[in-house]
Design a protein around this ligand. Structure first.
Ligand code: GDP
Ligand code: MG
Length: 179
């Protein structure tokens, strides 16, 4: 993959934006408004070990009613599957697996896109053993991170860039100036 597009998906409050900001550092994000429920998306070029990629944060705007949240997340995941090379699916250690996580995981298990399962809020080593529960999502090895503390981010990015070696599946171009 030349310059892969990596989209962070997950339900509200798992820490997607915190991770996005930690990875992009001081770089500026491009804000792009799409029609639909999950309107605003933030893009920023990032790199790790000399590999450049475009990172996407989704779902900055989230409706308040449960039905609309479900719809928004479904839309967010569908767009990610259609337009992304690698999906970073974030879950939250402090809440464990929720119903929304299960429905996102079900969709993601059916896609051919590589999916990296990231367990955020793993704030200390003692909690790492608790991340095993996320094997039940059927999406491979859970990667423990703490977006606020910066724990596990390097290891997680090492796993992420391995996916870039895989044969790219065709996806829709997302920005006219970048493909
Ligand atoms: P988003 O809705 O998925 O984008 O989540 P946010 O990035 O806005 O974070 C939601 C809340 O979780 C905020 O209060 C963050 O400070 C908190 N949070 C994010 N990452 C971590 C983490 O690694 N550990 C802990 N304990 N809290 C976190
Ligand atoms: Mg957010």
């Amino acid at each position: 993959m030349k310059q892969p597009l990596v989209t962070i998906v997950g339900r509200p409050n798992v820490g997607k934006s915190t991770l996005f900001n930690r990875i992009i550092g001081k770089r500026e994000a491009i804000v792009h408004n799409l029609p639909g429920v999950t309107r605003d998306r933030h893009y920023a070029v990032s790199d790790w070990s000399g590999k450049s990629f475009m990172l996407v944060d989704t779902g900055g705007y989230m409706p308040t009613s449960q039905d609309m949240i479900d719809l928004a997340i479904r839309e967010q995941v569908d767009i990610a599957i259609e337009e992304t090379d690698v999906i970073l699916f974030m879950v939250d250690l402090t809440t464990g697996i929720t119903d929304i996580d299960l429905s996102i995981a079900e969709k993601l298990r059916r896609t051919e896109r590589p999916v990296l399962l990231v367990v955020n809020k793993t704030d200390n080593e003692m909690r790492e053993s608790e991340t095993f529960q996320f094997y039940n999502l059927g999406l491979g090895d859970p990667q423990p991170v703490s977006a606020t503390l910066g724990r596990g981010i390097g290891d997680m990015l090492d796993h992420l860039i391995h996916f870039f070696e895989e044969t790219p599946k065709k996806r829709k171009p997302i920005l006219s100036s970048w493909r």
